[in-house]
Design a binder for this molecule. Structure first.
Ligand SMILES: [Zn+2]
Length: 411
């Protein structure tokens, strides 16, 4: 089902977003098709399109024959009319992209995050990386609409502040949005990395045109984002989609969030490496034995998932156990929200994403209440590890395209 507009007054911004959404999702669409799909009157569509063309965001491009009447002019996004910079900051890596108005990356770069760095040093490193990406892409700074920054949550949106993110010790209530705006001279939009990634999927990935989907992000931790009725769902404090803190085991390990037995505390990369080392210490046979004897710390999550991809039984058991926990959380979310699609993404899926996808598909096909009516689909993110950084750039575009979201983000 497509998002439909309304012909009532005072909803112009919403209608503009509906029209833009349709132009962005279609590969060439006529005014009359937009009117048919959106329920807006042809006059409303014409007025909105005229303004979008005047602003340079939309252009007329080619025409299609129509039955009886004159050929219909096709509308497309004017991809080069503006560009957006996306930055993903996580405790281990800084990523930066510059994308056009269609969300297509022109240049992407990755750098290690300066180890144990405080906010000033990280701001400086991000500003340097942004300069480098803009220089390489040849994009003049005055064509950049803004910078979208995706960071680990939780975030206080009203202040643009990171609130004591896990894995970033010495970071408490950091006004990163303002610091980065001063360092780069660009307007900054800040969001939680999982929400940004869900927006990226909606924009340029598996969620294009999908009305209702849940996005699971498996990186250093587990997060997520929700698109419900074509809109990002943020929740009351703007921190919805914390799937990593779904309770899995009442008597499970203590989680930093205050709960026990959270999904994230069971399947984060450090926990999975520890599970593999425990099995090795118990004498279970594995290709990882020699590595473990030489240096137990070398059996990290990357070693485990590479071994699983190569067919090692111990490593496969570790990954399958994790995939089972994730699948159980997905079943809960689908039972609660009845979404059409679940997208799995994030860098911790690399080399093992098929195991996670199959476990999730099997769980949805056998353990959801409404499975005989409709089984939700599962897809691996085509944006892979870059979903958050593309999503960060999409935050800027999303704000440009969807003024009501822009108002929300610039509080
Ligand atoms: Zn938790």
């Amino acid at each position: 089902m497509r998002r439909t507009g309304t012909n009532l007054p005072k909803v112009g911004l919403y209608n503009r977003a509906v029209v833009l959404d349709q132009i962005q999702l279609a590969d060439g669409i006529s005014r009359i098709e937009i009117a048919e799909h959106s329920g807006l009157t042809p006059q409303s569509v014409s007025g909105i399109v005229r303004r979008l063309i005047d602003e340079g965001i939309v252009r007329e491009d080619g025409s299609q024959a129509s039955t009886g009447g004159k050929p219909r002019t096709l509308l497309r996004i004017n991809a080069g009319a503006g560009l957006a910079v996306g930055v993903h900051f996580d405790p281990f890596e800084l990523s930066c992209v510059v994308v056009d108005l269609n969300g297509k990356p022109l240049v992407a770069m990755h750098r290690p995050t300066p180890p144990l760095a405080g906010p000033e040093r990280v701001t400086e490193a991000i500003a340097e990386l942004v300069d480098e990406v803009l220089l390489t892409s040849g994009v003049p700074r005055d064509k950049v609409l803004g910078l979208g920054l995706a960071t680990p949550g939780p975030i206080d949106h009203s202040l643009g502040v990171l609130v004591g993110p896990p894995q970033l010790t010495r970071w408490e209530r950091v006004p990163l949005k303002q610091m980065l705006a001063e360092a780069t001279g660009l307007p900054v939009t800040l969001d939680n990395d999982s929400t940004a990634a869900a927006i990226g999927e909606r924009w340029a990935g598996a969620g294009r045109g999908v009305a209702d989907f849940a996005y699971f992000f498996f990186g250093a931790g587990v997060g997520g984002g929700l698109v419900l009725n074509h809109q990002i769902y943020r929740g009351g404090s703007m921190n919805a989609g914390e799937f990593g803190h779904t309770s899995m085991k009442a008597d499970g390990p203590q989680c930093y969030c205050g709960n026990t037995g959270c999904l994230e505390s069971l399947i984060n990369p450090l926990a999975l490496a520890a599970d593999a080392r425990r099995r090795l210490a118990d004498g279970q046979s594995s290709e990882l034995e020699r590595l473990f004897r030489n240096d137990p710390a070398a059996v990290d999550y990357t070693a485990v998932r590479l071994a699983a991809a190569a067919g090692d039984q111990l490593a496969i058991e570790v990954v399958e156990t994790a995939a089972g926990w994730l699948a159980t959380a997905v079943v809960d979310i689908v039972n609660i929200l009845d979404v059409d699609l679940v997208i799995l993404g994030g860098h911790s899926l690399r080399h093992v994403e098929d195991r996670f996808r199959r476990a999730t598909e099997h769980a949805l096909a056998t353990r959801t209440l409404a499975r005989n009516i409709r089984t939700a689909k599962v897809e691996s993110s085509p944006l892979g590890a870059d979903a958050a950084v593309v999503g960060a750039a999409a935050l800027v575009l999303y704000a440009t395209y969807s003024p009501q979201v822009s108002d929300l983000l610039s509080l």
